[in-house]
Design a binder for this molecule. Sequence first.
Ligand code: SAM
Length: 348
Amino acid sequence: MAEPRLTDPARGARQGGAELVDPFGRHVSYVRLSVTDRCDFRCVYCMAENMTFLPKKDLLSLEELDRVCRVFIDRGVTKLRITGGEPLVRKNIMWLFRALGRHLETGRLEELTLTTNASQLSRFAAELVDCGVARVNISLDTLDERKFREITRWGDFGKVMAGIDAAQAAGLKVKINAVALKGVNDGEFDELIRWCHARGMDLTLIETMPLGEIDGDRTDQYLPLSIVRARLMDRWQLTDISYSTGGPARYVEVEETGGRLGFITPMTHNFCESCNRVRLTCTGTLYMCLGQEDAADLRTPLRASADDGLLNQAIDEAIARKPKGHDFVIDRRTNQPAVSRHMSMTGG
Ligand code: SAM
């Protein structure tokens, strides 16, 4: 049986092994888990319309996903975000939420959360709360139904609005994430701020990242948030605050509404120095950086032995290779994605 290699022996042994510390001294305490690459939407900046999805046989079972999460929690991970694809379209996904919820009860996991397009929340919001989920990120780029259809191609705006209502009615704290798209939703940020804050929801704006082949040209869509922020400051008083949810967003308070507005700026200001995250795909591939191709296969060690030794060893080797940062470039000359996989594969 292979013993887990201690990344930082000085921190002492925890249940199952030492905490995960990368070569730059960053503690990895946050795992984003993509439970499926499938989605019921086809957002134009995320996927091509005729996407080919993974064969179901390549996916880790829900039991395997539960096991790999438990091993990460043994190694000091305190925050899990379930994502996709659309996580709530995976069959029987509530089994996994319930299984992971038990770590909230023991206090070893501080937060279990998810990123969703809200299409299934009317069905699942109450059960998510019952599993210990307190907070959800909902992706919504526009409040204009026609535009919503253009962006998502297949999305049903009414269902999404009902999902947001259901989430709030169930007591979930909701944050809205909107990707800033030049010429598409850049005239709507004032309305989005007003709408979110009136409903007690934070709003975060995100820069488009060059991930995966899409049908269009990314340079046409890319809108630097430095410009958005400067424009917003003509109309709103924005005050920097130190609020953080453990993710990459930098927040301001909008004085006029009293609500929070976040900016996720992987392109104009990368946030790698404070990166505490790794991403696991539904096939058991671990990406140490959203913007790099390097990855580690955890499925083979997971399946090779019922003992966690091999898996811990593979995780240690992966964390030892976590890169210092990414260098996304959206450039009209190359128009190539920085990484070939789509966001739906690695998870947002
Ligand atoms: N289906 C879920 C949802 O809609 O939130 C979770 C997965 S989705 C891939 C996660 C987030 O990634 C969404 O907010 C989406 O807008 C964002 N996203 C997808 N492709 C992106 C890209 N190329 N650049 C920036 N954000 C992207």
